[in-house]
Design a protein around this ligand. Structure first.
Ligand SMILES: *Cc1c(COP(=O)(O)O)cnc(C)c1O
Length: 480
């Protein structure tokens, strides 16, 4: 055994020296990107070139350059021109709490391996439940991402609603859930993992505003029932990822109540709206949900992954993975809350509660209000800019910081416009000055932005539109 090597690996003064250097590097990176001292939001590289670079580096690269090169070869989330996917530019303090979690590595599943993080998690969860409008029967936990949280919520729903003991006996009948056709793909995936199959995922078409068409719920429920499908849950999107449009949570909750099924809100992106005085109305009705998902790493300035899964009734948070179907909490006691692994899908889980707690302790919950409110405001600003431009078109009037739009060169048909918009997006990606994404809605190709950075201002968005006009000219003059 090479003890010298291991001593070197664990040497505290190496940690200290590397750590100081790294913090200096990252602080410079942050200053550069946040204040736009460097041009690009993404230093684009084709996948094969990128692979080649790292193969080379592995053999010949200077190890002193390792962290710097990793940083240089990333998409720069803190750059105000990063307006692509819905990940937060983390508040720098949460990079430090991330480091604490990594070094201390308290697994959190059992109390003895996560004393502080379990206690802190309980406090954080209580604050979020209160903000949702739940009473003291509520509870929940933090888990690794919205995808896993949605799956967990649907497992809880199945256990709570159905009389059969599926956890022990497996699926014996055809079960189903109802969800908007525009919901995040992870809901579909969760249902398939649960053995519902395609036929068990009752997709509700959307209105022309891209909200779940709640007028169809009764009919769809009846049709499913006639086919022998037992529906146990309905999922509302707050908002749907592609469009940023919120389902009518109040209408969905009435329907769920009437039919004795579980009402789950996928608020991975917009659940954080509960903290915004101005935009709280977007999630009206969320307080009636049996369960709610909110991602910390989207609208709440935290590093991935950390997601809150909240339950109106704590019993359900507790029973999802228990062997006994009729498990009940001892009266009014939050029994065993400190062993979070009994409730979560994960066994080992990082100390994610410290990100939430630190932000709340240092800046107060106003910090979430400020962030959500300013980002949603910019969605409205961008939509005004588009409306003022003759050759641009909005897909929908935005309800959040997600905006879908396209460039419409006069005289081109739908097919040619689709092709043009794909090419513009591609040209932007390769150029790297801006990072935006794209989506297709009803056969029409749109570019899509999500304003995630509170330092993205009107001037940057106008620059994006100007750049799109130039790219479009270039593409068209190169003979489309
Ligand atoms: C992002 C998102 C998810 C997935 O969450 P992850 O944390 O990426 O796993 C689920 N639903 C919606 C509506 C989302 O926006």
């Amino acid at each position: 055994m090479n003890n010298e090597l291991l001593k070197q690996v664990y040497n505290p003064s190496h940690f200290k020296n590397n750590g100081h250097l790294l913090i200096d590097q990252l602080a410079t990176h942050l200053d550069d990107k946040l204040h736009k001292k460097s041009r690009n939001a993404i230093p684009w590289n084709e996948p094969d070139q990128e692979l080649q670079f790292w193969r080379e580096f592995f053999i010949h690269g200077d190890k002193n350059d390792l962290f710097k090169e990793i940083t240089n070869h990333t998409t720069h989330i803190h750059h105000p021109h990063y307006i692509g996917h819905q990940v937060s530019p983390p508040a720098p303090i949460t990079a430090l709490t991330g480091m604490i979690s990594s070094l201390l590595n308290n697994g959190t599943a059992v109390y003895e391996m996560g004393m502080a993080s379990n206690a802190i998690e309980r406090i954080v969860i209580d604050i979020i439940c209160d903000k949702i409008g739940y009473n003291t029967n509520s509870s929940g936990f933090l888990t690794s991402g919205g995808t896993l949280a949605n799956l967990t919520a649907l497992l809880s729903a199945r256990k709570a609603i159905l009389k059969q003991d599926i956890w022990n006996n497996g699926n014996q009948t055809q079960l189903g859930i109802m969800v908007s056709a525009e919901a995040h793909y992870c809901v579909d995936r969760a249902a398939r993992i649960m053995g519902l199959g395609e036929q068990g995922i009752i997709k509700i078409p959307v209105t022309k505003e891209f909200r779940m068409n709640t007028d169809l719920l009764k009919l769809k429920f009846k049709e499913a029932k006639e086919k022998g499908i037992e529906i146990f849950a309905i999922v509302g999107s707050a908002p749907s990822t592609a469009t940023g449009i919120f389902d009518d949570l109040t209408a969905i909750s009435s329907f769920a109540k009437e039919h004795d099924i579980w009402f789950h809100v996928d608020g991975a992106h917009g659940g954080a709206g509960i903290f915004s005085k101005k935009y709280k109305y977007t999630v009206k009705g969320i307080e009636n949900a049996d369960s709610v998902v909110i991602d910390g790493h989207k609208m709440m300035m935290m590093p991935a992954l950390t997601t809150a899964l909240l339950f109106k009734n704590e019993v359900h948070a507790k029973t999802t993975f228990s062997q006994k179907a009729d498990y009940l909490l001892s009266d009014s006691e939050h029994e065993d809350w400190y062993n979070s692994g009994k409730r979560t899908f994960e066994c080992t889980k990082n100390m994610m509660s410290i990100h939430w707690f630190t932000l709340l302790k240092l800046y107060g919950e106003e910090v979430f209000d400020a962030n959500v409110t300013s980002l949603y405001d910019m969605g409205a600003v961008f939509s005004k800019l588009i409306e003022g431009e003759p050759n641009f078109e909005l897909a929908l009037k935005p309800m959040s910081n997600i905006v879908c739009f396209r460039y419409c060169e006069p005289g081109l048909n739908t097919e040619n416009l689709n092709e043009l918009n794909v090419k513009i997006r591609q040209a932007l990606l390769h150029d790297g000055e801006f990072y935006i994404v794209q989506t297709k809605l009803n056969g029409i190709q749109y570019m899509r932005i999500t304003v995630m950075n509170p330092f993205t201002k009107t001037v940057h968005l106008q620059q994006l539109l100007n750049k799109i006009k130039i790219e479009s000219k270039d593409i068209l003059s190169n003979g489309q």
